[in-house]
Design a protein around this ligand. Structure first.
Ligand SMILES: Cc1cc2nc3c(=O)[nH]c(=O)nc-3n(C[C@H](O)[C@H](O)[C@H](O)COP(=O)(O)OP(=O)(O)OC[C@H]3O[C@@H](n4cnc5c(N)ncnc54)[C@H](O)[C@@H]3O)c2cc1C
Ligand code: SF4
Length: 502
């Protein structure tokens, strides 16, 4: 059963075998596995229970409903916008459905005996089957992706079609605002309903305020139901359980642990934040592109990403490129200029293609509480990552020009407009904070698995070192940047942690 603020008007006391905080990729998979195994499961979810009819395809309505801080969360220095979601289904409601496993060399770099390729493999297989993961067919490519692919092929770069978890997709292009056609095979459509069918209870519009403990055990969660629009507290609940699983995502899970004052002798919780920040490049074409129509991302360029260890920093390849698209407000916020100049850019939007370049980041940031429930994301890109992003900008522009763009535009505050590859090669490109829009949609690694409690937060079963019945099952657990879209790994970790909780 899914309860919302409408039913949760009075204070309640709940008791369960397992209490899971967060219903996104990790939380929904854990809930599904544990409910199916006969455990009494309660899921606490800060966001609302939205269904396809609620996804009205309007940015001004959907951003507040789907994203933390209505999509306005940024790093402390405001240089990078950090998007992550809430709602029954978490960030899987608004994500773009790309599916990739963690590359073997990334697993190998962690040197962990159980938390490795073979340890995770059965869980990936299960998720891929449940979500119907398949390769995106060539005929589903929109014009933006077609031009991207044409440019990649013309330059002889490495590229391929991506995999996704969609079924009966009509290609509306609105994935980022939630799917009105129920074509996403995600937590909301697949895992939560099956968990509920097996008896799981979901408390939507309800935030876990803190975990309370007795010695080495968490004994209860205190949670508050909030009005989804006003944010007013409506009721407070006490949830007791034998096992607790934090699955609030890599920003909110460390904040909950910090609010709860869990023992953290080495001050590690929150301190290894990776984000995969990205930049975008535009290309103006003669013909209409309408990048917002159709499946937004169906093709990738992997020429500038390698997961094998590089002999030195100069040889590193850490840039992953995909097509980009934005709805009107998003596009307007990214395009340069003011007044008439900005309006001129917006008029060109239907003929603009966009490529985004994301860095497999070596920068580490720190997540700390800001006030009671805010997030302070102290993350300042290191010079190696800035150099990678500069390569991303240059190469994305080169691909657009190769595809026939009359001009490639690097959207700095003073935009760089480039007509030829020769011009591009002569151009110094530097990535400075607040000089170009940067967006990150993959926070991770803030409460990570390791071999020892001296330098990690969780053992290889995803159990918190200092507490016997607390597990983490979300994107926090991975010890480094993954360099690939993470949702499949978040779902897989839900199944992996559930195996421990059972
Ligand atoms: C715009 C966008 C596009 C993306 N596209 C892709 C893609 O194509 N492919 C891909 O692999 N990944 C993509 N991602 C990333 C992917 O969706 C996430 O990495 C993944 O969903 C993370 O899973 P999670 O379980 O860690 O957290 P989430 O899915 O974010 O779920 C966490 C949930 O916990 C809830 N929660 C947190 N704290 C509390 C609390 N205290 N009390 C109650 N509830 C709480 C949150 O409200 C949220 O619902 C995208 C992300 C964004 C923002
Ligand atoms: S493109 Fe497909 S999955 Fe995305 S919102 Fe439209 S119908 Fe849904």
């Amino acid at each position: 059963m899914i309860f919302t603020h409408r039913q949760l008007i009075a204070n309640r006391v709940f008791d369960a075998d397992v209490c899971i905080i967060g219903s996104g990729a990790g939380g929904s998979a854990a809930a599904y596995a544990l409910a199916q195994a006969g455990r009494r499961v309660i899921v606490v979810e800060r966001g609302s229970f939205l269904t396809p009819k609620d996804f009205d395809q309007r940015e001004e309505n959907m951003f507040p409903k789907l994203f933390y801080d209505a999509g306005g969360r940024t790093t402390r220095n405001r240089a990078i916008r950090v998007l992550h979601g809430h709602g029954v289904g978490g960030s899987t409601l608004h994500n773009i459905n790309l599916c990739k496993r963690i590359p073997d060399p990334v697993f190998a770099s962690w040197e962990l005996p159980r938390f490795n390729v073979s340890g995770l493999r059965p869980h990936y297989e299960k998720v891929e089957k449940l979500l119907g993961v398949s390769r995106i067919p060539a005929e589903r490519m929109n014009e933006n992706n077609r031009l991207f692919k044409a440019g990649v092929e013309k330059l002889g770069y490495r590229g391929d079609f991506l995999f996704h978890n969609r079924k009966d997709c009509v290609g509306s292009g609105f994935c980022e605002l939630g799917c009105a056609f129920d074509a996403k095979m995600n937590a909301l459509r697949v895992l939560i309903p099956q968990a509920v069918q097996h008896g799981a209870m979901v408390l939507a519009d309800t935030r876990a305020l803190r975990l309370e403990r007795d010695g080495r055990r968490i004994v209860r969660v205190i949670a508050q139901t909030l009005h989804p629009e006003s944010g007013a507290a409506l009721s407070t609940h006490v949830i007791s359980a034998k096992t607790f699983i934090c699955a609030g995502g890599a920003v909110e899970t460390p904040l909950l642990l910090q609010r709860s004052d869990v023992p953290d002798p080495e001050s590690l919780v929150g301190s290894r934040l990776h984000l995969h920040p990205g930049v975008a490049v535009l290309g103006e074409f003669e013909q209409p592109v309408r990048s917002w129509q159709g499946i937004p991302q169906s093709y990738e360029c992997t020429e500038f990403i390698s997961f094998e260890p590089a002999p030195n920093a100069a040889a590193e390849k850490r840039i992953w490129m995909i097509a980009g698209s934005a709805h009107p407000a998003g596009a307007a916020s990214m395009l340069p200029g003011f007044g008439a100049e900005h309006a001129g850019w917006m008029e060109k939007l239907p003929r603009m293609a966009c490529i985004s370049a994301m860095v497999h980041d070596s920068t580490r940031g720190i997540v700390r509480r800001k006030g009671e429930f805010g997030a302070d994301l102290n993350y300042v890109l290191n010079s190696a990552d800035r150099a990678q992003l500069a390569t991303g900008l240059r190469e994305a522009a080169r691909i657009l020009l190769a595809a026939g763009a009359r001009e490639a535009i690097l959207p700095f505050v003073e935009p760089l407009r480039i007509q030829t590859a020769a011009q591009l090669d002569r151009l110094p490109i530097e990535v400075r904070d607040l000089d170009i829009d940067m967006v990150a949609v993959h926070p991770m690694s803030t409460v990570w698995v390791g071999r020892s409690e001296k330098d990690s937060c969780l053992d290889e079963s995803c159990r918190y070192w200092q507490l016997d019945n607390l597990l983490v099952a979300d994107m926090s657990v991975y010890p480094s940047s993954l360099g690939v879209p993470p949702q499949l790994s978040a779902y897989a970790i839900g199944f992996y942690a559930a195996a421990t909780a059972r």
